[in-house]
Design a protein around this ligand. Structure first.
Ligand code: SF4
Length: 482
């Protein structure tokens, strides 16, 4: 199998996307597939002819679909809700309404009959030959004919229609510094005297003007920070039937008992946590737990580069923003640079390997996010481009072979804690790289990306987001149907 390494231009905003939990491949991907199919129906002028829709989930999408809320995502996508702006508190009531009435407002404008239990089929035993995460949409038309289209959810919320290259469906631009390998990025930086952030910014300018880039980067950082703030102030049991308790709020009470409860006040109080190792480890863990508890509860998160691993980068970013010594002179500007560098690393992994757990196990999620965070942090701490990529290499090297085995198909155990580990490894990797000479390194970032890809291909399928191996077998639970 070749990686889905389309020779394409990937923007930092393709890697970081504002969305909804709990899974980028199993929630956001199918959600977007439904929207893309509706857009096709509008474009080809048969939307008004639709009288019914059937959706078939294959492979990993079926096996862990209930736990990942794939059926809920399908309904939201068919309704035409936006993953970026939907009011996440309304998802539950909207789904309940569809189930109760057996009717769905397609794209918010055309009512059709829709019974989730029969119109969304989970083919647990059938894997599509095109990709482990496949969904087919059958649109029943008024004249009795059926339009059928299949989409692959290839990780990080990216969606490919069967028979098409992803690039065809996305805006194509010519980048001044297009790279597929880390060595090419380093060569451009060396040649032009760029930092990695400089080079990525030059590429981003091919898509949009600088003010828009800065605005979007700020929106990504702020959405991450707000997610951590919400997670740090929400207690209770996570949905799904596994009875997992939220822990971020408990840590918050321990670390910052008197912090203001409002977002800005909380953000401003974080430096009071101090600089001790124990306090910093607890704080970084609290940040990561907060994001992934929100993610598990269908909350608003930023895909980074996936939802299961959405806590690693925000945790390291907020550590940099509020706790790093010495503090960056302009923390918001430092956050922009962090994201640009982290995005470049994510893009290199997507082109050279995979960011899909259904293809590569958890090394493709937590491993990649840890590598991205390590490079971003090292850059802000003053690393050279080669040291930043060395940090990414170190972080991934110690995630190689990590399997995906979520208990009950829910993105909770081991996923939530695993984000804390990815974050702390990223900080360690950045510190090591900053005191190292990359010219002496025995393994390059390109080497470890290639190794991760080969490891992905050797990995038994039961460890690739199927919940058929590892912890998922040791701790069997019957998760009720959503
Ligand atoms: S085990 Fe890792 S890859 Fe699998 S769902 Fe959890 S976080 Fe994602």
């Amino acid at each position: 199998m070749e990686p889905f390494n389309f020779v394409e231009s990937i923007s930092v905003f393709d890697i970081f996307k504002i969305g909804v939990g709990p899974s980028s491949s199993h929630t956001m991907g199918p959600w977007r597939a439904m929207q893309r199919n509706i857009a096709r129906a509008h474009r080809d002028s048969w939307f008004d002819q639709i009288v019914g829709v059937r959706v078939i989930l294959f492979g990993s999408l079926a096996k862990t679909g209930h736990g990942h809320g794939t059926d809920i995502a399908v309904m939201m996508g068919l309704r035409g809700e936006s993953v970026e702006t939907v009011d996440t508190t309304q998802i539950g009531p909207l789904v309940a309404e569809i189930k109760k009435t057996g009717r769905l407002l397609l794209d918010g404008q055309k009512e059709i009959q829709f019974q989730p239990l029969s119109d969304i089929e989970f083919r647990f035993k059938e894997t599509h030959p095109g990709h482990p995460n496949a969904v087919t949409v059958q649109s029943l038309l008024a004249d009795g004919s059926v339009d059928e289209a299949t989409y692959f959810s290839v990780g990080g919320g990216f969606v490919v229609k069967e028979g098409q290259q992803e690039a065809i469906e996305r805006q194509q631009v010519t980048l001044p510094y297009y790279t597929e390998k880390a060595d090419q990025t380093l060569a451009f930086c060396d040649d032009k005297g760029f930092t990695i952030a400089d080079m990525v910014m030059q590429n981003e300018l091919a898509w949009r003007p600088v003010d828009e880039i800065r605005g979007r980067l700020r929106q990504i950082s702020r959405t991450m920070f707000e997610c951590m703030w919400r997670g740090c102030h929400t207690e209770g049991i996570l949905p799904g039937g596994l009875n997992v308790s939220r822990r971020a709020a408990r840590l918050q009470k321990d670390l910052l008992p008197n912090a203001p409860k409002d977002f800005e006040g909380w953000l401003g109080a974080l430096p009071e946590i101090g600089t001790g190792l124990s306090a910093n480890l607890k704080a970084v863990s609290m940040f990561a737990l907060a994001v992934n508890e929100e993610n598990a509860a269908f909350g608003r998160v930023v895909t980074a580069p996936t939802n299961g691993a959405a806590g690693v980068i925000p945790a390291v970013l907020l550590y940099m923003f509020a706790l790093l010594t010495p503090r960056p002179v302009d923390p918001w500007r430092a956050a922009d640079e962090f994201l640009l560098v982290a995005g470049e690393v994510g893009s290199l992994f997507k082109k050279g390997a995979t960011i899909s757990a259904a293809v590569g196990g958890c090394q493709a999620e937590i491993g990649v996010s840890s590598a991205m965070a390590a490079a971003g942090l090292a850059h802000v701490m003053g690393a050279t481009p080669a040291q930043s990529f060395m940090a990414a290499e170190i972080a991934m090297e110690h995630h190689l072979g990590m399997t995906c085995d979520p208990i009950g198909g829910l993105v909770q155990v081991p996923c939530i804690e695993r984000n804390t580990m990815g974050a702390t490894k990223a900080i360690t990797a950045a510190e090591i790289a900053l005191s190292s000479d990359p010219s002496q390194a025995r393994v390059s970032l390109d080497d470890v990306i290639q190794t991760m890809w080969e490891t992905a291909q050797d990995m038994n399928v039961k460890y690739k987001e199927t919940s058929e191996g590892g912890l998922a077998l040791q701790i069997p639970v019957a998760v009720p149907e959503c």
